[in-house]
Design a protein around this ligand. Structure first.
Ligand code: GTP
Ligand code: MG
Length: 442
């Protein structure tokens, strides 16, 4: 649509006029239609439980929904925090509720807790991303889409009576722009009344001084403004969980029994369980769902779309065009792709050159080594030749000496056989040997 057309249409928009009706028309049934439609459709509600292993998360969930979700106990030896979602179909009167409870398994069990918040943040973002992808589809079916976005995070604080741990502060700070946080002091029966009072004040002070935004029960709806304002002052709720039933008077109540007495879960003098149930389920469940959509998801969606290059027009300039944004983003993407391709090509060429140089260097080294070995070999060969020559000469000399000795021996023998007398023989022999020994051997 051309800009001029748009201008014409927006100018055509006139101030609405108030008119009175002559009689009953029927659109006052719209709220009833809305309720009826919502009831038919059913509701989904997703709770994230963050707290140390064994802090009482599952017990509190069982107590809140008055059922047994049969969750397994977590081990204390998880290498990192793991998110475990479990979905249940619940029904009360004619209202269907698809409830998902997500447990942050292994939270607080690692020696290095620096990154403990990350899997939780990633999980929340992943649910937002799934919803955004569904919204961006051409054929979207948000009507029957199972919305897994986290509506509330119950943050379980250990009842130390001292102050918040840095892990609690860091985690809540990382989550506060993504989810509605309701902090609760778990196992509140393990802390005395006066200590609990001080502990609550300390926690709220620390949250404020560290800029952690927790969920505030809304006070803009007159019907609930008063109770919500009162309840905001009671945060963080100190709760006790139990599914065990104990007889108090003539009534069976959910409680924890100790040798010195009974802690009743639903007794407001004992703990804030009733306040939590009232605020979470009976009064503000819809507001938590709404806030998730209009505040947290909206923020995620805005950042994501801005990242993708979309932006709204400021009042005076041309209206935002999806097609132009898409074209601009496409061009940007293509040029980025080209730049990366060129970079990679250059990298490849450089790598090939480097490898070629390395290979040449190696070849030269090998050649030098070969030449050296060749010289050494020739030298050895020459020495062996010399040795052989010497040995041959020695052998020849030896053979000559041997031949001379043999010749002399045979001469001597011959001379001896000519002597008639032994005496003379001996004399002659003696002189003969002396003559032999006087022969100079060449
Ligand atoms: P993992 O899922 O294993 O991390 O544990 P969890 O946080 O779900 O704790 P779970 O509800 O299994 O409770 C652990 C233990 O704490 C059990 O023995 C419970 O009976 C006990 N417990 C739960 N709630 C309370 C409470 O309010 N007060 C006290 N004193 N003990 C509680
Ligand atoms: Mg559990």
């Amino acid at each position: 649509m051309a800009a001029t057309d748009l201008e014409r249409f927006s100018n055509a928009e006139a101030e609405p006029r108030s008119l009175s009706l002559g009689g009953h028309v029927g659109f006052d049934s719209l709220p009833d239609q809305l309720v009826s439609k919502s009831v038919t459709q059913g509701f989904s509600f997703n709770i994230l439980c963050v707290g140390e292993t064994g802090i009482g998360k599952s017990t509190l969930m069982n107590t809140l929904f008055n059922t047994n979700f049969e969750t397994e106990e977590a081990s204390h030896h998880e290498a990192c925090v793991r998110l475990r979602p479990q979905t249940y179909d619940l029904q009360e009167s004619n209202v269907q509720l698809k409830l998902t409870i997500v447990d942050a398994v292994g939270f607080g069990d690692q020696i290095n807790k620096d990154e403990s918040y990350r899997p939780i943040v990633d999980y929340i973002d992943a649910q937002f991303e799934n919803y955004l992808q569904e919204e961006l589809k051409i054929r979207r079916s948000l009507f029957d889409y199972h919305d897994t976005r986290i509506h509330v995070c119950l943050y379980f604080i250990t009842p130390t009576g001292h102050s918040l741990k840095s892990l609690d502060l860091v985690t809540m700070k990382k989550l506060d722009s993504k989810v509605n946080i309701i902090p609760i002091i778990a196992k509140a029966d393990t802390i005395s009344k006066s200590e609990l009072h001080k502990f609550k004040i300390k926690i709220m002070g620390e949250l404020v001084s560290n800029g952690v935004q927790i969920y505030q029960f809304p006070t803009d709806d007159e019907a609930v403004a008063e109770i919500n304002a009162v309840m905001n002052a009671h945060l963080p709720f100190a709760v006790v969980g139990s599914t065990e039933e104990v007889k108090v008077g003539n009534k069976l109540v959910r409680a924890r029994q100790y040798p010195w007495g009974v802690v009743q879960v639903e007794n407001e003098n004992h703990c804030d369980f009733v306040k939590l149930r009232e605020m979470l389920i009976r009064v503000n469940m819809e507001d938590l769902r709404e806030q998730t959509h209009s505040r947290h998801y909206e923020l995620y969606r805005r950042c994501k779309l801005e990242e993708m290059g979309f932006q709204d027009s400021d009042g005076d300039s041309q209206p935002f065009s999806l097609q132009e944004t898409y074209e601009a983003k496409r061009k940007e993407f293509l040029s980025e792709l080209q730049r990366k391709e060129e970079e990679m090509r250059q990298m490849f060429v450089n790598k090939v050159k480097e490898t070629e140089l390395e290979l040449k260097e190696k070849e030269r080294e090998l050649h030098e080594k070969f030449e050296h070995l060749k010289r050494v070999h020739q030298e050895e060969k020459r020495k062996v030749e010399e040795k052989r020559h010497e040995l041959e000469e020695e052998t020849n000399a030896f053979n000559r000496r041997k031949a001379a000795v043999e010749a002399l021996q045979s001469q001597a023998l011959h001379a001896t056989s000519q002597q008639p007398l032994r005496k003379d023989k001996d004399k002659k022999k003696a002189s003969g040997w002396s003559s032999i020994y006087s022969v100079t051997i060449p």
